[in-house]
Write a protein that binds this ligand. Structure first.
Ligand code: OGA
Ligand code: MN
Length: 287
């Protein structure tokens, strides 16, 4: 039997204990994990012992996997498996990244965001596995977007309900200091539209679907739309709605539901310490 231990009474983050990742996950354990995800949205599994292939195989139990875009060319990809997204600070030889363009790209992860909101097909779960963690810093913070929606005024809930946001990967990258995207980059990741208020399928609760990738509100003047997005992100990330996951050791795994959370990487001394983090990303099922 696995144990699901909520961090507090906010129904947002839980530790999941007792999963034996060295054997195939049985259907009962899998449904207990999915039920925990539906309820809490962020689940923390310590010391899983997963390697790349087992990480990918476990992720596949939750749905079809996105393939990481090879934005910087094949030669710089660190992993043979196209399912692995690189969230660490290392280059293809395993040395600390020096390339300023790629460091600026990674800095986008320090902004509050939702994985893949810039894609037409949303992501349900992200599964981030630690391979090497710095001695201090480099936590990942999560914000509860169901609680954010719930705590808006009725007027603001009403105002947000019909709105559509445009999400553009390059918008968050520009905010993070990445240079103007090339034509090829623009073509690879054009802007996409998503409803701002959605119902989270797992809990049937209303939630905000927001991210720093959100570049404007469709049919609103640019500045007014951006101001609303900024206000909503500030509202959603007030300290009482945020929990911080400290990575303790290689093998720690965190699964989050992108449809009702935002997250961000926090700072660490990234010119001195290696932080090797690898992510799989599950497509929302179309059923
Ligand atoms: C990610 C991400 C944050 C971190 O992998 O999607 O945003 O703390 N990571 O590495
Ligand atoms: Mn992310």
């Amino acid at each position: 039997m696995i144990a699901v231990v909520p961090w507090d009474d906010s129904c947002f983050v839980a530790d999941v204990e007792g999963v034996d990742f060295s054997r195939p996950i049985d259907p009962q354990t899998l449904s207990a994990i999915v039920a925990a995800m539906d309820r809490y949205a962020v689940c923390v599994f310590r010391g899983t012992g997963l390697d790349d292939d087992a990480h990918i195989a476990f992720s596949r139990l939750l749905g079809d996997l996105e393939l990481a875009p090879r934005l910087f060319g094949k030669s710089v990809a660190r992993f043979a498996q196209p399912e692995l997204f690189d969230a660490g600070n290392l280059d293809a030889s395993g040395n600390i990244l020096k390339d300023e363009r790629r460091r600026a790209y990674n800095r986008g992860n320090a902004l509050w965001h939702t994985d893949s909101s810039f894609n037409p097909h949303r992501s349900s779960y992200s599964l981030l596995l630690a391979h090497q963690v710095p001695p201090q810093g480099g936590n990942t913070e999560f914000a509860d977007m169901r609680a954010a929606y719930r705590s808006l005024s009725a007027d603001l809930q009403h105002e947000c309900e019909p709105l559509i946001a445009e999400h553009w990967l390059w918008y968050s990258r520009l905010l993070a200091g990445y240079p103007e995207p090339t034509e090829e980059e623009r073509r690879a990741k054009p802007p996409e539209h998503h409803k701002l208020v959605q119902t989270h399928p797992g809990s049937r609760l209303k939630t905000l679907y927001l991210a720093s990738h959100a570049s404007r509100i469709v049919d609103r003047p640019l500045e007014a739309g951006r101001r609303l997005l900024k206000d909503l992100i500030e509202h959603a990330t007030r300290p009482e709605l945020v929990r911080s996951v400290e990575w303790q050791q290689a093998g720690d795994l965190v699964i989050w539901d992108n449809r009702c959370t935002m997250h961000r990487a926090t700072a660490f001394d990234d010119t001195v310490y290696r932080r090797d983090m690898r992510r799989t990303t599950v497509f929302e099922s179309r059923a």
